[in-house]
Design a protein around this ligand. Sequence first.
Ligand code: ACO
Length: 440
Amino acid sequence: MSAAEKIIAPAPSKKAATLSVDGKTVSFPIYDAVEGQSVMDISKLYAETGMFTYDPGFVSTASCESKITFIDGDKGILRYRGYDIDQLAEKCDFLEVAHLLLNGELPNKKQKAEFDRAITLHTMVHEQAHFLFRGFPRASHPMAIMVGATASLSAFYHDSLDINVADQRELAAYRLIAKMPTLAAMAYKYSIGQPFIYPQNDLGFTENFLNMMFSTPCEKYKVNPTLARAMDKILILHADHEQNASTSTVRLAGSSGANPFACLGAGIASLWGPAHGGANEAVIDMLQEIGDVKNIPDFIKKVKDKQSGVKLMGFGHRVYKNYDPRAKVLHSTCSEVLKELGKIDEPLLKIAVELERIALSDEYFVERKLYPNVDFYSGIIYRAMGIPSKMFTVLFAVARTVGWVAQWKEMMEDPKTKIGRPRQLFTGASPRGFVPMEKR
Ligand code: ACO
């Protein structure tokens, strides 16, 4: 970590907020962000007032200080370490962006070559891990396997478990970034009953992943450069997204001193949910269910009817109240991939485009500032590439691993880090006498 990157306590602010509780006025310092919302430091609130804050879903709560990713949800801006996401997606490859997220700077040529090599040398997983896979039923959801397989790495790599040693933290980070595509491809191969394909060091990160997914011992797979580039872009776009549910899960798990492999297992579990990374799978289910452009108006009607419980999957975001910048890149990538594969008339794309057009002009969505998010187009690309929908969230996890480890490392190197321990508003039973079983 460079000196410039060192996390330091926010400079004492001249600004403060005051709060009056029961006739007592308490003052809280305000820290200004480089960009975006300032925060009010309420860490002394309990000591001063005997009260907690209450903020379900962390709608107004910053859980940490971070220098990695910036989002302006109103303007639809996403930046990694100061660089706009669309520029990174256009001009970098995934490992270049991984270096940026982990180390704070884009690598020069020499650093890039060293980083690529270091990651490449860690792509293989322990041979014993193969037996872990064999314990799962073939029909397992690959995310179920990924939760277990990722956490199980802590059983294999004992020399990168000491979270207090910087070299071990870095080694764990490299291992996770390198091995996640291997685990993901193994989960896929296992589900279709094909043998695992070992990583190949002469291939780039994304090419290697595609090769492990699609080659077989009897049939070589020739990586299509357009598809590899599209996959690289998708990985870049999903690599980090500041304090989302899965990243916050990784940080919270890590705050207790748990090892990074276990923390990432927890992050993958959180990502699995349909309100988070599971949405890309749900988008394809939804598009298939709609089935035809002519059924869109009826579907939109259902979405707007609160009793139906139906949501327009791939739309809406806690932070973006504008077009998700990642969805913009993915929309054009989607067209490139379908053209390359001669599937430009893909019916699901037609439904998606029309759904987007109608939703963006419908008062319900406009009023609530609901726009397509990153999941809206990614599934169509994956599907065209021949990746089954159960693997979509796994691909999200492969990409987000970089963000998770960067955020985990940042937290471990931040002297202000404490075990995360939220409080609660208790609304349960008040004290009552114990009733013996025979009297209940
Ligand atoms: N379809 C229909 N209505 C929606 C949708 C949607 N996709 N998203 C939000 N709304 C409505 C809500 O019902 C609510 O309406 P109301 O004000 O009348 O009650 C209003 O818009 C605000 O929505 P909230 O649920 O309060 O927004 P929140 O920030 O809590 O949720 C979320 C964000 C979970 C992403 C939500 O928009 C959603 O469920 N979207 C669909 C799932 C999805 O695409 N998830 C992927 C997110 S991106 C990612 O994780 C990579």
